[in-house]
Design a binder for this molecule. Structure first.
Ligand code: G3P
Ligand code: MG
Length: 253
């Protein structure tokens, strides 16, 4: 089972910053999850909340600020003095650094406001096209996810080579139909929503199941035994192999 640093590695460094990427790398993680949204002038930046107050020294919504304004905010001091002057990163700068470190990135698309799906997905596609324009092919180092199915529909058209996952809190009854319709390879759910029977059904149907946000080693171990593919954690937990990858226990036969 893969341990994916949640929002970078949110227990160790300010979330959704380059410092978080470095913390994940220092902890030996090979995956990070980040939240991405649009500034007023359509720059793609890393940020979780709609409002700036919790994680910067700014105020108001992120969407009403331009990139010039956002990049002047301190996005580290709220976490600790050690991270004073940490900035909100652009997606393009973050991905460049992640790929240099050989870290794979789950880009979670936050759709604020809800009717700007076209703007959001078009910008994602353009950022990736620019990064991989010089003869470099798209690496297998990316995964898109979103709570908003319409982003997954559009990304399938715009960036079909990057796999997608549907994010849910509770697992809907029609999970299989939704995953099939959206062409998703995985379901990402809150870990408390995953029962052993549901995990088995999802894996049996040919999909991956991954869980957020898991910060206890004992729960991580349980999820690995259910065959969970990846967990999102604020801490650098240790990962057991997923049950699906374990060799058969010959003694039990
Ligand atoms: O992608 C997993 C997790 O990040 C989803 O919830 O609110 O932390 O973005 P949230
Ligand atoms: Mg997220």
């Amino acid at each position: 089972m893969i341990i994916c640093g949640h929002r970078g590695l949110a227990n160790q460094a300010p979330e959704n910053t380059i410092a978080g990427l470095m913390a994940a790398h220092a902890a030996g993680l090979s995956w990070v999850e980040i939240d991405v949204q649009l500034s007023q002038d359509k720059h793609l930046v890393l940020f979780h909340d709609q409002r700036l107050g919790r994680c910067t020294n700014g105020s108001g919504t992120l969407r009403e600020h331009t990139w010039q304004q956002l990049k002047q905010l301190d996005a580290g001091l709220w976490f600790s003095r050690q991270f004073t002057d940490e900035r909100i990163p652009l997606l393009s700068d973050y991905l460049t650094q992640a790929f240099e470190l050989n870290i794979q990135v789950n880009i979670e698309l936050k759709l604020y406001p809800k009717d700007e799906v076209h703007e959001l997905c078009t910008q994602v596609s353009q950022v990736l096209a620019a990064l991989f324009s010089q003869g470099k092919s798209m690496p297998k180092q990316l995964l898109f996810s979103s709570f908003e199915p319409q982003t997954l529909v559009l990304l399938q058209q715009l960036v079909p080579t990057v796999p997608r996952a549907l994010l849910v809190e509770q697992i809907p009854k029609d999970w299989q139909a939704q995953l099939q319709q959206l062409g998703c390879e995985a379901l990402h759910c809150a870990h408390a929503a995953l029962t052993p029977a549901r995990a088995a059904a999802i894996i049996e149907a040919g999909f991956k199941v991954s869980c957020y946000t898991v910060n206890k080693q004992s729960r991580a171990d349980q999820l690995a035994s259910l065959g969970v593919h990846m967990i999102f954690s604020d801490k650098p937990l240790k990962a057991l192999p997923s049950a699906e990858h374990q060799a058969p226990n010959m003694d039990a036969r």
